[in-house]
Design a protein around this ligand. Sequence first.
Ligand code: HEC
Ligand code: HEC
Length: 240
Amino acid sequence: MGFDHPQWEMWSSSKHGVRYLLKQQGILPAESAAPKCQTCHMQGGNHEVRTGWGFLAVRLPLPEDPQWKADQVTILQVLGVLDPEGKPTGRLDVVKAGDVARLTQEDFDRERKKMVDTCSQCHATKFAEGELKKAEDVLREADHLLAEGIRVITGLYQDGTREQPESYAFAFPDLLTFHDAPSVIEQRLFEMHLKHRMRAFQGAFHANPDYALWYGWSEMVRDLSDIQRMAVEMRAAKAD
Ligand code: HEC
Ligand code: HEC
């Protein structure tokens, strides 16, 4: 629950959650299939709660698709994990130590198989793989919108329209400043990332198209046009 943790809301209004709640109320028979958090995240009582894409949906190796790869590099840069040349920074060690992202293909494949095996208790394996793939397509498109937003703001620092905030290590926005982002345009980017991108891809992974589309994707499209509009206005104000 909360700003960046809406999984309960997503699940409870998905077919899975609705069935579970109807079962609890005795409207559906007790033997009805309805997965809850533990079914998919604590397989066999395992408390790791580790997934392929993790909480922030970044991972290594980078995607093969060139556009998506470029977009993920941009996102890793604003997370401070890669520097402007694309080389790892000290934050990568923090990520490693915290186990917050999968950093090898084997690691990712293991988590993915665990999830598909779980879905396969109730669904055909092909269906499950297809649904997870669709969620990844949503993630790829969401990453593109976010990366475009990041590039607009980076452009403002690069052409001197906006001074790079002193606390920033590099000449692009730093997503981990959270609400302390220095101005409206960076705050909007922060929301685009932690609120709307999260809803877009997590909604898709939790079989909730309403979240993925309306609370996620649609908001991101609006975030990007607002960021673009603000950038135009800032350049015009500077030129005056
Ligand atoms: C039907 C299976 C399913 C159910 C039920 C489910 N999830 Fe998920 N969850 C997923 C999938 C699939 C992903 C994304 C997996 C990936 O990254 O490959 C995910 C990702 C997540 C993540 C982000 C990953 C991370 O490691 O932080 C969180 C948090 C999460 N779920 C919480 C919940 C909560 C809380 C509930 C119950 C309210 C829930 N999920 C119910 C399938 C499920
Ligand atoms: C405990 C059994 C169970 C598990 C595990 C499970 N599901 Fe489901 N799922 C169901 C049931 C039952 C429905 C409702 C089917 C219906 O309404 O026809 C459903 C519905 C869905 C739907 C909606 C389909 C539609 O027509 O709207 C999707 C998508 C889905 N599941 C994906 C997944 C994925 C992906 C996983 C694994 C991450 C998963 N499910 C795990 C039982 C399960």
